[in-house]
Design a protein around this ligand. Structure first.
Ligand code: HEM
Length: 342
């Protein structure tokens, strides 16, 4: 009887939730939401208010990626840098203004984060078709997903319903996004603070199977890993020699090298194979294997052997990252222009 009551209750709440959300997308009974104050995200959020949303995102994205394959990587990274700073709320997209100090000039973002024009183009198209409906934070989540799919990676249902912040945090951007010379312990701590565990850390680091890094992001490993003017001993010798030609001891800071040298525009598990061979580009990549936590080392091996497992976990961890403290319900706003608050 008790079980019947509970089950019946759950069915009622679920159907109530569905009714409410179809009558008014944006309102959903919260299940396991953050801090008990927010509503849950769900994939059908724009089903009635802007059914074309994902098609618009994908059509702009297809052209942008055909024009420059790297843009897929750049856009995936924007979503990560958004979610790690006051949650996935598009704070990263705000330009500096009289009232806002944006995040674009933080250490991790300055001269590095890119792809903002693609987001502008998508937002402009969406505003024509469904004015002030699709948030910039959701655009970032859809764009990250679309970029991975178009680069050959896994498909998943993207939970939606985030709203946009009216604030940004330069300080949190500087402190929450881990630097490339992080130790494994720093990385684990940084991800834990966002509610992400070691499995998420390793799977999401697999995002480095696409895209490029600047010389300044890995120079320390080539010339002065431990303050003793010696290279990182875990680097493969041949790879080290190649990297030195792209990244000289002085100058060349903006020269770039692929994070996955074999297939920098293809979303695959080559990134993990390279790590096994001492060919991870960033210190933060290589320490997943050489750092002293057994779990991350095992996971690198598993994903290097089985691309399917990597894809499944990557998708799960992307959903988890995309769920970091979203603004929902009446919190925040839906910006008209992703670069400024309304
Ligand atoms: C684990 C901690 C991480 C660190 C320390 C880190 C650090 C970096 C650095 C230093 C770069 C190169 C930036 C430059 O030189 O301009 C980079 C690029 C990139 N990162 Fe990460 N990252 C991390 C996690 C992630 C995650 C979780 C994702 C996405 C799921 C991601 C996606 C990317 C992508 C796609 C690029 C290439 C961007 C481009 O080509 O424009 N990273 N990362």
């Amino acid at each position: 009887m008790e079980l019947f009551k509970v089950t019946f209750g759950l069915i009622v709440i679920a159907s109530l939730s569905a009714t409410l959300s179809s009558a008014n997308p944006g309102f959903n009974i919260g299940w396991g939401s953050h801090g008990g104050r927010s509503f849950s995200l769900f994939p059908e959020f724009y089903q009635f208010s802007c059914p074309q949303a994902n098609d618009i995102v994908m059509s702009v994205l297809e052209r942008a990626i055909a024009n420059e394959p790297r843009i897929a990587a750049s856009l995936l990274r924007v979503h990560f840098h958004d979610c790690f700073v006051q949650g996935c709320d598009a704070s990263v997209l705000l330009d500096d203004s009289a009232t806002i100090v944006g995040e674009k000039n933080s250490g991790p973002n300055k001269n590095s984060l890119r792809g903002f024009e693609v987001i502008d183009e998508i937002k402009a198209k969406l505003e024509e078709v469904c004015p002030q409906t699709v948030s910039c934070a959701d655009i970032l989540a859809l764009v990250a997903h679309g970029s991975i799919v178009l680069s050959g990676g896994p498909y998943w249902e993207v939970p939606l319903g985030r709203r946009d912040s009216k604030t940004a945090s330069l300080n949190a951007s500087n402190t929450n996004i881990p630097p490339p010379n992080s130790t494994l312990q720093n990385l684990v701590t940084s991800f834990n603070r966002q509610g992400l565990d070691e499995v998420d850390l390793v799977a999401l680091s697999g995002g480095h199977t696409i895209g490029l890094a600047r010389c300044v992001s890995f120079k320390q490993r080539l010339y002065n890993q431990n303050g003793n003017n010696q290279p990182d001993q875990t680097l493969d010798k041949g790879y080290y020699n190649n990297l030195k030609s792209v990244c000289p001891r002085s100058g060349g800071d903006n020269n770039t090298s692929p994070l996955d040298f074999a297939s920098p525009a293809k979303f695959d598990n080559a990134y993990f194979k390279h790590i096994l061979w001492g060919k991870g580009l960033l210190n933060s990549d290589e320490v997943l294997f050489t750092g002293s936590a057994g779990t991350t080392m095992q996971l690198v091996k598993i994903y290097a052997e089985d691309e399917g497992l990597f894809f499944i976990q990557f998708a799960k961890s992307m959903v988890k990252m995309g769920n970091i403290s979203p603004l929902t319900g009446f919190n925040g706003e839906v910006r008209k222009n992703c670069r400024r608050i309304n």
